[in-house]
Every structure is written in structure tokens, then in C-alpha cells.
Ligand binder design. Structure first.
Ligand SMILES: NC(=O)c1ccc[n+]([C@@H]2O[C@H](COP(=O)([O-])OP(=O)(O)OC[C@H]3O[C@@H](n4cnc5c(N)ncnc54)[C@H](O)[C@@H]3O)[C@@H](O)[C@H]2O)c1
Length: 359
């Protein structure tokens, strides 16, 4: 926060008072409602467990504060709507911490798709399994990996980034059929492995795979279009561009087994972008100068809807058509919470260094 221009960190809030000890020079609050009404702050960054994003976000905006909310913006789609509905004053800036939107690799992929260079998308495939997490991690917070505390597992904690980028680059699907496994590799009640099949409005298909139990994991996004294929893996973007439209070749080539003429190139991309710092700076610049937001919080409903749909598809053993019925999903989630008999052993001292989660 000290590196952000035109921004002063003036207060911190945590319901656990000992966590505030490391900020001797700041105003400290143990209740977000008090901080919001204190007159000390004019914007808040909400980085609490997910369910509180909705309640604190609504309270902050209703009291005239600008809000930057961590991902996921809420746990389920109905709560997203409640939170978004509180953003009724256009002078209030409401942004989400989708820091990976600043990564130039994903920006480049988005530009490639939007420019039409890749042609119409036919198939997407994202294997996002670089999210290895241990029992020690899950034990580091009572809210983690429970229906009551987090509302899901890998889809709600690690994958909001992937799901946001997936829809940001490739658009939203119209249907989802998913297979989630609950506590397959960890002593948790929520999902730690997911395979989902997606269908898009133009008939394109997609697959999304994730887990917190694979080592070494993979982060590989492949998008096939009518003018070739782009693959992002190991920090490199490789674009294999066909000289002609593939549809054209299929429809009109006299050859039964055509070999396509292609250009094979690596798209030059430097660095990883400004990440969290860039999103906070963008939030401040939006407040101060009306700069357009990198990640308007309203867009955060989409990754939540995708995650909810994957879980709902598994719960109902069926294909879910989007838009998801948010009331039906909220009811199922409440039922999961009511039926839960998890007794978590919390070891708050377990070493959770979040800096390691960004490597
Ligand atoms: N964008 C990213 O890269 C990124 C990375 C990590 C975490 N996150 C998000 O940040 C949020 C917090 O995750 P974490 O891993 O830091 O959790 P954490 O459990 O380590 O920290 C949460 C803190 O919030 C406090 N808290 C709980 N309820 C509160 C309330 N009502 N008011 C004030 N303080 C409260 C807790 O005491 C704790 O200190 C999650 O929503 C998570 O998804 C985002």
C-alpha cells in the first residue's frame, strides 16, 4: 500500500485483535462497521473470508465508501447480486482483485482472441492443476474448505482467477457438466478435484480441470480456433496460425487428408505485470481521475456463476444450463451447510506465507 500513488493506508480492521499489533502507527478497528463509519477511511480493501465480502461490501457502499473486494466477490450468485445491487451510486468505485488480469500473457491471449486473428473459437481446454495445497494449509483457518466458512474448495479459493480469466478471454459458456470430487485427497468436505465440460453459444466446446492435489501441477491453456491454435504453458505463448480458414479447407479441399500450411510463432511477452499493486493503483486512479477499471467488481459474478454451476452440476448429476438458477443454488448450498458435521482442527500457527502462493 505504501507504493500506491495518491493513497494513504490510514486504518486496519481485524476481528482478531492480536493481528493488528503489527500496525502500531495506524488506526485499528475490531469491527468493520465501526471502521466504515469512523470517517477515517474513504475506501476499503476487503480481504476477509469470502462470505463477509458481501456483508462488508454492502455496508461500505451504503455508507459512501469506495470498495475493492478480494476474489471471489461473493460465495454464490445470489449474494453477488445483493452485493452488486448495493452499488447504486455511480460516483462510488467498486472493483475486484482480479490481479491476474494484469499478467501480460493473459492480456495477449485476450487480444489475440478479440482481434479475430485466431478465428472463431472451436475448443478451449484449461488444465489448472498448479494449486497444490496441504492438510497444514487447510488447517490454517477454521473457515477454509468448509461449506459454512468458504462455500466450496478449489473452485472458490484458488480458481476464481482461472475462471475469471477463462471467461474474460473466451466468453461465458451456455452449459456446464462437471464432476467434482469432495475430500478425495484431503480431510475436507468440499471439492479438491474437478473436471468440467463446457458448451459455448457458437457450439464450441471446452474442458476445465483443476485440483489441489497434483504435483507437479500443470497450467496449460489451449484455445483452438478456425485460424489455428494458441497454447499458453510454462510462461510461453505459442501460436500456430493456419494460412487458410480450417472450415474452408474442410468444406472445399479436394484432398482427403490435407496438410495445413501454418506459421508457427512464439508471441513475445515480458514479465508478469503489476499484479495486486497494479489493481490497487488502478482502483485509486479510478477514484481520483475516473480511470477505467481493469476489473469492475460487477464482472466478478461470472467466475462465481461458473464455480457454482460446476458444483451444482455435480450435486444434481446433470447438465446445468446458464444462467444458473441462483435461488436453487443458494438453497442447495444452505442444505450442505445444515448437513455438515465437520469438526475442524485449526492450527492458526500453521505457516501460511501467501507470497509463496503467487510463485
Ligand atoms: N487475489 C489474490 O491473489 C488472493 C490471495 C489470497 C487470498 N485472497 C482472498 O483474500 C481473502 C482472505 O484470504 P486469506 O487467505 O488472507 O485468509 P486469512 O484467514 O489468512 O485472513 C483473513 C483475515 O480476516 C480476518 N477476519 C475474518 N472475518 C473478519 C471480519 N468480519 N472483519 C474483519 N476481519 C475479519 C481474520 O481474522 C483473518 O486475519 C479471501 O477471500 C481470499 O480468496 C486473494
Amino acid at each position: 500500500m505504501h507504493r500506491i500513488r495518491d493513497c494513504e493506508l490510514s486504518a486496519v480492521c481485524d476481528i482478531v485483535p492480536s493481528k493488528l499489533d503489527r500496525y502500531p502507527d495506524l488506526q485499528k478497528f475490531e469491527d468493520s462497521a465501526e471502521m466504515i463509519r469512523s470517517g477515517v477511511v474513504d475506501a476499503v480493501l476487503i480481504a476477509t473470508p469470502h462470505y463477509d465480502h458481501t456483508t462488508i461490501g454492502i455496508d461500505a457502499m451504503q455508507n459512501g465508501l469506495h470498495v475493492l473486494v478480494e476474489k471471489p466477490i461473493s460465495v454464490h450468485k445470489a449474494d453477488c447480486r445483493r452485493l452488486i445491487a448495493a452499488h447504486s451510486d455511480p460516483k462510488i468505485v467498486f472493483a475486484a482483485m482480479f490481479n491476474q488480469r494484469t499478467d501480460p500473457h493473459y492480456k495477449r491471449l485476450r487480444k489475440l482472441v478479440q482481434s479475430g486473428e485466431l478465428g472463431e473459437i472451436r475448443r478451449t481446454n484449461w488444465i489448472a492443476t498448479q494449486w497444490l495445497r496441504t492438510e497444514a494449509y487447510y488447517a490454517s483457518g477454521g473457515w477454509r474448505a468448509t461449506w459454512r466458512g468458504e462455500g466450496g474448495g478449489v473452485l472458490m479459493n484458488q480458481c476464481p482467477h482461472n475462471l475469471d480469466l477463462f471467461q474474460w478471454i473466451c466468453g461465458m459458456p451456455i452449459s456446464v457438466r462437471a464432476f467434482c470430487s469432495f475430500g478425495k485427497y484431503h480431510s475436507i468436505e468440499v471439492e479438491d478435484e474437478v473436471t468440467a465440460y463446457l458448451e459455448y453459444p457458437n457450439g464450441a466446446t471446452g474442458v476445465f480441470v483443476t485440483t489441489t492435489a497434483e504435483g507437479p501441477g500443470t497450467n496449460r491453456l489451449e484455445i483452438a480456433g478456425d485460424r489455428g491454435k494458441v497454447v499458453y504453458e510454462d510462461g510461453k505463448i505459442r501460436f500456430t496460425r493456419t494460412e487458410r480458414s480450417v472450415k474452408d479447407v474442410v468444406d472445399s479441399s479436394p484432398d482427403s487428408f490435407p496438410s495445413l500450411e501454418v506459421w508457427d510463432c512464439e508471441l513475445p511477452v515480458q514479465g508478469w505485470g503489476g499484479q495486486h499493486q497494479e489493481i490497487v493503483q488502478n482502483f485509486v486512479d479510478a477514484i481520483e481521475r475516473g480511470e477505467p477499471l481493469v476489473a469492475p467488481a460487477e464482472e466478478g459474478i461470472r467466475s462465481v456463476e461458473l464455480a457454482n454451476s460446476m458444483l451444482y452440476s455435480t450435486f444434481t448429476n446433470s447438465t446445468v444450463n446458464l444462467p444458473l438458477d441462483e435461488n436453487a443454488y443458494e438453497a442447495v448450498l444452505k442444505q450442505k451447510i445444515a448437513e455438515s458435521n465437520v469438526q475442524k482442527t485449526v492450527r492458526e500457527q500453521a505457516p501460511v506465507d501467501l507470497a509463496n502462493s503467487f510463485k
